[in-house]
Design a protein around this ligand. Sequence first.
Ligand code: S3P
Length: 167
Amino acid sequence: MIPGVFLIGLPGAGKTTVGRQLARRLQLPFVDSDQVIEERIGCSIRAFFEREGEAAFRDIEEAVIDELTLGAACVLSTGGGAVLRPANRRRLRQRGRVFYLRSTPDELSRRLRHDRTRPLLQVTDPLSRLRELYAARDPLYRETAHYVIETGRPSVATLVNMILMQL
Ligand code: S3P
């Protein structure tokens, strides 16, 4: 039986796009933890961050990841900051196969140049911000993941095949 497949990585790495196609190929449900959180809080993550702050968001994220990783097998795309909490890192790694979609800050900044939804990137210099996030989180993604998938050149279909080969 295929265990849950959990995708981690920085915003813009392609977790949702790759996750949807991967789920289709595996005939598993696709779940996006950010979407589940938004349904639960009843507003956008960006609005929630502004109103309640990051710590309140991380508490909800931890509870949602706990539930989703314990539920029926699925392809789960997690928010970029999910690895910040040790409990999330432990649960993801123990409860499924974890793939780190790794991209460089330059690639991410190109992909996200028109994005207005990510609260942490609403700054005057998103590239510097992405570099900081990368430096802080790359070790955490590597510690959590069973596999690292380099997202630089391959198409989405190729990335999906690369993941399927490891399962
Ligand atoms: C965050 C990434 C977002 C979302 C929230 C915080 C982060 O998810 O969970 O805005 O800390 O990197 P994506 O990685 O899907 O953008």
